[in-house]
Write a protein that binds this ligand. Sequence first.
Ligand code: UN1
Length: 507
Amino acid sequence: MFDDVLQRLGINDVNSGVYADGWIDQPGGEELVSLNPATGEPVARVLTAARDDYERVVESAQQAFRDWRMTPAPVRGEFVRRLGMALREHKRDLGLLVTLEMGKIQSEGEGEVQEMIDMCDFSVGLSRQLYGLTIASERPQHRMMEQWHPLGVVGILSAFNFPVAVWAWNAAVAAVCGNATIWKPSPQTPLTAIAVQHIVHRVSTEMKLPPICGLAVGAGIETGQWMAADERLPLISATGSCDMGRAISPAVAQRLGRCLLELGGNNAIILTETADLDLALRGVLFAAVGTSGQRCTSLRRLIVHESNADAFVERLANAYKSVNIGKPWEEGVLMGPLANERAAETMMQAVETIRNQGGEIVCGGNRLDRPGYFVEPTIVRATADMPIVATETFAPILYVLTYKTLDEAIEIQNSVAQGLSSAIFTDRMQEAERFLSPIGSDCGIANVNIGTSGAEIGGAFGGEKETGGGREAGSDSWKAYMRRQTCTINWGDSLPLAQGVEFDVGS
Ligand code: UN1
């Protein structure tokens, strides 16, 4: 089944992971072997970028930018429209490749490609809406306006867990904004990136476009470091762990470049006394177990009113036990493997730490004895003061905490270092509104009667505090990919100065 899929997506046994002005046939970097996390077996090999390959990618993108920035934005939108059409054609195959290489279930793999398509559609509309303001000037016969210009070559660092959608969040918007991009995907998921690049290649060749989307797969952290330090990249958009952000951000800041960071989360749902528990059960299950707990928006902490806690945990544990864990491409499976051996080990270490810190494992807590990196989804009764509760473990571990008053629940929810996603389940509008008010959730995403994950692309996506502050995808996130220019035009015959300043030699 997969051989056909790989073939249709242009994936061979050995693949170039570098695209500059076309594919570089024999890039000189280390070879990567991409593994199927459900079996631990190799899928295919990838040749990565050495420094001189990277240079070629940057130079081609710079060259492409020179024309692209002067292509009218709605014409740039046409490229993204065609990309969206091509992605529709390949939705099933590309979704399956995501499943094969990353391990998320097929419905989520296809959902990720749908997210790319949605991003393309959104960006096509955006290509006619890159609006600037006109501002009243204090001077007579003057006009003030702001306009938005392309930035240049944008560096995209993406993570393994959304190996294709997050590229589209950045690349589709960056393209209509008139930028070229260079993509460094996670070394965990190079094949999905190569497959996407084949699609981009096809569309841009058909349209006879310059190579505005480059690719530089790297085996380790080096390529990301090159990009962070590279003055030719005015914006680095990086998705990954807080530690990655802490490494990238100072390097970009050192050269006074811009960063758009989407880092870790430690997301919570507050389950109030009045919550619709059936709704909440579904919301919690998808948020905590979906993608095997490997979304940055995954639910990590469930803060339940003490009156509901025991009964709800019992229902939830029953639901957990009926989650079908297995090969993510098989029908009926809800939970695939973790990404790799290290992820499975990290989860097992976290389980040990939970026990040492006094947490009670309600269900799960084990690695499954089969090939690949399978674990059980795990529920833990814990308290907010356990240090492990404040750390993000990228695995399906859910901490259940209890509260008495809503203010206490909000305080617990906000007490962690990260600030990505949050939610409340309640049927009382006073509680919902309090949660959404300035004394409520401190996160970039705050939902009511919806889980923490699965955001639509139309909103701006990202979070506060250690999540890094960046916003990607919808709303006005495009502004991060452009430079703002304030223009004042004097159409009169005199030269009045602002603030009433007089400055004349008197003739
Ligand atoms: C991520 O995990 O990095 O809201 C992105 C969601 C998805 C995106 C997650 N639309 O869960």
